[in-house]
Design a protein around this ligand. Structure first.
Ligand code: GLV
Length: 329
């Protein structure tokens, strides 16, 4: 039997599925430190990860490893150049999380615009004495302008929901999406600067890469309206969190909703001290159904890519399919 490591705890029934095909070493405890990860991968043929960094040094420590299946759509924890050099296949879990993540983007955006977290904290602190005409005034979503940065599958799911709010949709992306998608979403392609100047609510849905690092920093925040909100459901590092703290503190923008952070699970301490930001712990895809679908898809990828199960050899979501069939190097 081939050996695999499940690096992060997942649903027990998914582990049971994997045990039908593999000798499973499963970590149900804390996140594995780099040395421990290397030690546990030393004799493994495959691994299931959820954000663990896998680079050339990890691959070098795991000479048998042929497949790493990430339980996430984003795979910036994989050094794909190292994967390609070593002929190791990476897989991810796209699509199954689109709708839950788009729902959550809206939840954060609405909470930021309507000051839901801020007012709830105030209420819980026993500060509510009377109803007041100017208590927690926010900014409308209905009839406003949505700016989506990153018009991939999740960005499109997010923009589709704007119809019900009668919103104008602006988007920016590395490349324009197909005209029929623009027409369906009633979305206008604009430059990033134009989007930031015109949008009332900006949502970030771009994958993290060196190129997308600090897509939003001080210069970009300075272009936004003082009534605007910024929501990040993409990855930490897309926003310069220190610059955002300053923009929130000085009311350069009205509010922000964040699900992801630079250096998470540690946060820039400034974020904890500004009231006009809604903070959630990387849970945009976290519904029971979607997390189960992601875990099962990650298992499907690993099972198939290691030549087992009904789809042997045909992993549904290969990131670097060119390495399939090549000997590990
Ligand atoms: C979660 O962050 C994912 O990339 O799926």
């Amino acid at each position: 039997m081939q050996k695999i490591l499940v690096a992060r705890s997942i649903f027990p029934d998914v582990i049971e599925r994997l045990k039908q095909y593999f000798d499973v070493d499963s970590n149900q405890g804390d996140v594995l430190a780099a040395d421990e990860l290397k030690r546990r991968l030393a004799d493994k043929d495959g691994a299931l990860t959820a954000g663990e960094p896998i680079d050339a040094s990890v691959l070098a420590a795991a000479p048998r490893l042929r497949v790493v299946s990430n339980m996430a759509v984003g795979y910036n924890n994989f050094d794909m150049a190292a994967f390609n050099a070593a002929n190791v296949l990476g897989t991810n879990t796209p699509d199954v999380l689109n709708e839950s993540t788009a729902d959550f983007g809206w939840a954060l955006m609405m909470a930021a615009a309507r000051r839901i977290a801020e007012s709830e904290h105030w209420l819980r602190a026993g500060k509510w004495q009377k109803w007041s005409y100017d208590g927690f005034l926010g900014n409308d979503l209905y009839g406003s302008t949505l700016g989506v940065i990153g018009m991939g599958r999740i960005g499109q799911a997010l923009a589709r929901r704007a119809k019900g709010f009668n919103m104008q949709v602006l988007y920016h992306n590395r490349s324009r999406v197909a005209p029929e998608i623009e027409a369906e979403l009633n979305a206008e392609y604009v430059s990033k600067q134009d989007l930031l100047r015109r949008a009332d609510h900006v949502v970030l849905v771009v994958p993290y890469s060196k190129e997308s690092h600090h897509t939003i920093g001080a210069a970009e925040l300075a272009l936004m309206k003082p009534t605007a909100t910024l929501t990040n459901i993409a990855r930490g590092g897309i926003v310069d969190d220190a610059a955002l703290v300053e923009a929130l503190r000085s009311k350069q923008i009205a509010a922000a909703g964040l699900d992801v952070y630079e250096g998470e699970p540690h946060l820039n301490p400034g974020l904890l001290s500004v009231p006009n930001v809604v903070l959630t712990p990387h849970i945009a895809s976290a519904t029971e159904a979607t997390r189960r679908a992601m875990a099962n898809l990650a298992a499907d990828n690993l099972i198939a890519a290691l030549g087992e199960g009904p789809r042997a050899g045909q992993a549904p979501n290969p990131i670097n399919p060119d390495v399939i069939g090549k000997a590990r190097s």
